[in-house]
Design a protein around this ligand. Structure first.
Ligand SMILES: Nc1ncnc2c1ncn2[C@@H]1O[C@H](COP(=O)(O)OP(=O)(O)OP(=O)(O)O)[C@@H](O)[C@H]1O
Ligand SMILES: O=P(O)(O)OC[C@@]1(O)O[C@H](CO)[C@@H](O)[C@@H]1O
Length: 319
């Protein structure tokens, strides 16, 4: 079988991200919205939009709710993203992202989202089995919909691995804990998610490195730990790198982690070494942070940022 180096992303619980800009947002007070926008999102969909912005083909699958699926289908058509979503009853959630442009703080309100049943899951597995025969890299990302068993990502990862595909898993809580039992090729937790996964607080560089080393020893090939504006630790069996983004004025940090995953996987399919995958991921993440709402940065911006990303074997993230 001649597999294409296309990236398929799996989003079981998509969202319309409603980003509201409120200067000096005050909890418990009346707050007035200055600007707002809505973007089709959910982690896997965000990964696909960045993959496309970087000039690579992307295919998306997962569940969409039939009551508002049109909005997503139209978006995929506009962005020239191959659309293999399975429709289920209901509507994708609307997640609220409150950006305080004075402090730069983002408050996220994420709803539980779609519900799926056994038939829905069977239909999706059939779609994914077909795609696995054709494509090589899969990014499974985000929370599980209601009704999905906690080991659903583990099951999908196992199915994809059996067919020789590579999986990057980006989730949190029980979905991530159960998912890694199927040993995905790579994972991309943020610092908090990594702490929850290993069951300990990770405050120092040594603590993070030891958690990463434990995961690599368990068979995961690449681990990316994102730490917001401070950057990321990116590791495989041979090296552990620290990557710092250039200082930028953030417009919305929502989806920055998804952009990092997208750039990293694009680097992998281009056959780049780990340091360059980390650099491309970080440049894509930084470019997305500058954009309003949950959007990809343009490829020209990513290219300009590449040389300003610092990749080091020394302690730069926790210095
Ligand atoms: N304020 C910022 N300025 C520059 N780069 C940033 C900023 N915030 C995040 N980044 C970049 O984005 C990457 C991912 O950020 P972060 O750790 O916030 O991801 P995340 O928590 O997984 O995000 P999400 O779940 O919203 O996608 C970081 O490693 C960094 O390179
Ligand atoms: O509730 P989940 O599935 O964990 O995260 C959903 C979400 O916050 O993740 C994306 C940013 O990474 C947003 O587009 C979306 O609203």
């Amino acid at each position: 079988m001649n597999r294409q180096p296309q990236i398929v992303t799996i989003t079981l619980n998509p969202a319309l991200d409603q980003t509201v800009y409120i200067p000096n947002f005050q909890e418990g007070e009346v707050n007035r919205v200055q600007e707002h926008r809505i973007d089709p999102g959910g982690k896997g969909i965000n990964v696909a939009k960045v993959v496309r912005a970087l000039g690579h083909p992307a295919c998306v699958t997962g569940f969409l709710g039939q009551d508002n699926s049109k909005r997503f289908h139209e978006y995929f058509q506009q962005q020239v993203i191959t659309d293999c979503f399975v429709e289920v009853a209901g509507a994708a959630r609307v997640n609220i992202k409150i950006v305080d442009d004075h402090s730069g703080r983002v408050t996220e309100i994420n709803f539980p989202g779609l519900s799926c049943g056994g038939r829905d899951r069977e239909e999706l597995e059939a779609v994914i089995r077909n795609l696995a025969g054709e494509y090589q890299w899969f990014v499974i990302a985000g929370s599980l919909p209601q009704g999905a068993p906690p080991d659903m990502y583990g099951r999908l990862t196992g199915l994809l691995r059996q067919q020789g595909a590579r999986v990057l898993l980006d989730s949190s809580g029980p979905a991530l804990r159960e998912g890694i039992k199927a040993v995905p090729h790579a994972i991309k937790p943020n610092l908090e998610e990594l702490g929850q996964l290993v069951g300990r607080t990770l405050a120092t560089e040594a603590e993070v490195k030891s958690a990463v080393a434990d995961l690599l020893a368990g068979g995961i090939q690449e681990v990316i730990v994102t730490i917001g504006a401070r950057g990321a630790i990116v590791a495989d069996k041979t090296e552990m790198l620290q990557v710092t983004p250039p200082a930028v004025v953030a417009n919305s940090t929502v989806g920055a982690g998804d952009a990092m995953a997208a750039g990293f996987v694009v680097g992998k399919i281009q056959g780049l070494p780990l340091a360059d995958c980390a650099r491309l991921g970080t440049a894509a993440a930084t470019a997305s942070v500058v954009q309003p709402g949950t959007q990809a940065g343009p490829v020209q911006e990513v290219e300009k940022l590449l040389s300003r990303v610092q990749v080091s074997r020394e302690a730069v993230v926790f210095k």
